[in-house]
Ligand binder design. Structure first.
Ligand code: APR
Ligand code: ZN
Ligand code: ZN
Length: 376
């Protein structure tokens, strides 16, 4: 391709500092180094975690930064030694990589690859340099993939080739939201047929948990949200009951215990607040109830809870990207979508041109959207 080996100038959304809207800038994107891939992003979703980046509420973020981690695109060029993709391939950048070689990648019970951005406080490529510059200044990467840039560079462990026919403006949701929620139910909780589930938070990720619980055969799926506008879609996707904590005088965990007798079999926290994390744990039943933390914990937060809750047999666990080994699984999820096994399209409430990114964030913050997809 004509651009291979050259710096590309393109549009990107930069967060220069905390609590400021993103600014659309012209950035320079350096060519990929060895074991890196440069991708032309075609579409990217806006996830709750990107909003946390703008608000400065997640750990290990350095500014200025280009956020975005739910994208889909086409390989523009590859660095030396890259064998998993070639220019022209349709791909999904992986916000959790899978190197395939480390002891965790070789362990079937975890998807937390050891060669990730998770282990150190840095927002740079693995060689600790940036591929982005803007106005003469190096800009940080986010989760090694920064999908809010028309072109972006990622390590070859953080990219998965997908079906050539996949519609990129839809399957971008497999990069985070859908895979995270669906996998939390299927892989992490391992929801059993006939069970009762409670989902705290009915945003794009929480609704994907609803889809996972339904496909696992749960017979009772209770959606919980402080925004009742989320209930219609939740019911459409399989929630059998929806409740708003603000409609009750007593704490929501007590309401759930009354509704179910002893508590639910599985509860999922998909908000990212410490109070709902503890409420979700209390809501599952003694003996064998399982609570899964899906929402991103706030920066520096600590939990306080009665250890008797665990002593009496509840299981409390969490997962990243729904527990999927990303490079292996995301292409399979996309194939499942192509075969109409599930349909995350219903989560996309808005599609906007990339320049309207701040409008997309306003829609998320005001609770008016589930997922906004931005197209370049
Ligand atoms: N109880 C119940 N629901 C709540 C509460 C609460 N106390 N507070 C907020 N909510 C609801 C919001 O009304 C919203 O519908 O939680 C939902 C959160 O959804 P989004 O903001 O759309 O976020 P989403 O993209 O679904 O991600 C959810 O998972 O990946 C993480 O970082 C992400 O922490 C975030 C979470
Ligand atoms: Zn690994
Ligand atoms: Zn996300």
């Amino acid at each position: 391709m004509g651009t291979s080996g050259k710096v590309i100038k393109c549009k990107a959304a930069v967060a220069w500092e905390v609590d400021k809207p993103l600014s659309i800038e012209e950035v320079e994107v350096a060519p990929p180094k060895a074991h890196e891939v440069r991708v032309k992003i075609v579409a990217t979703g806006i996830c709750g975690t990107d909003d946390h980046v703008l608000k400065g509420s997640i750990p290990n973020i350095d500014y200025p930064i280009i956020p975005g981690h739910e994208g889909a695109g086409i390989v523009e060029s590859i660095g030396e030694g890259v064998t998993c993709v070639k220019p022209g391939d349709k791909v999904i950048p992986l916000c959790l990589p899978q190197c395939g070689e480390c002891s965790f990648c070789l362990n079937p019970d975890t998807n937390c690859c050891l060669k990730t951005h998770l282990h150190e406080s840095q927002n740079l490529m693995p060689d600790k340099t940036s591929r982005f510059t803007c106005k003469g200044k190096a800009i940080h990467h986010f989760l090694w993939i920064s999908t809010f840039s028309e072109y972006t560079v990622m390590p070859d462990s953080a990219i998965a080739r997908i079906d050539d026919d996949a519609p990129l403006d839809k399957v971008c949701l497999f990069g985070c939201g859908f895979s995270t929620g669906y996998g939390a139910a299927i892989n992490t909780a391992k929801v059993k047929p006939g069970s009762t589930c409670a989902i705290f938070g009915l945003g794009g990720v929480g609704l994907s948990v609803v889809v996972g619980c339904k496909s696992a055969g749960a017979s009772r799926i209770i959606g919980i949200d402080i925004n009742k506008d989320k209930f219609t879609k939740a019911r459409e996707l399989g929630a059998t009951e929806c409740i708003n904590p603000q409609d009750f005088k007593k704490p929501i965990q007590e309401v759930l215990l009354e509704m179910t007798g002893h508590g639910v079999d599985y509860s999922f926290e998909v908000v990212g607040h410490t109070d709902t994390m503890v409420a979700a744990l209390v809501s599952c039943h003694m003996g064998s109830g399982t609570c899964v933390l899906v929402g991103t914990p706030p920066l520096g937060s600590q939990l306080s809870f009665d250890p008797l809750l665990l002593f009496t047999g509840r299981t409390w666990k969490g997962c990243l990207i729904g527990g999927w080994k990303t490079k292996d699984s995301i292409p399979k999820l996309v194939s499942g979508y192509m075969e109409k096994k599930f349909n995350p399209d219903v989560l996309i409430t808005h599609t906007l041109p990339f320049d309207k990114i701040n409008e997309g964030f306003e829609l998320l913050q005001s609770g008016k959207s589930i997922r906004t997809v931005l197209v370049f």
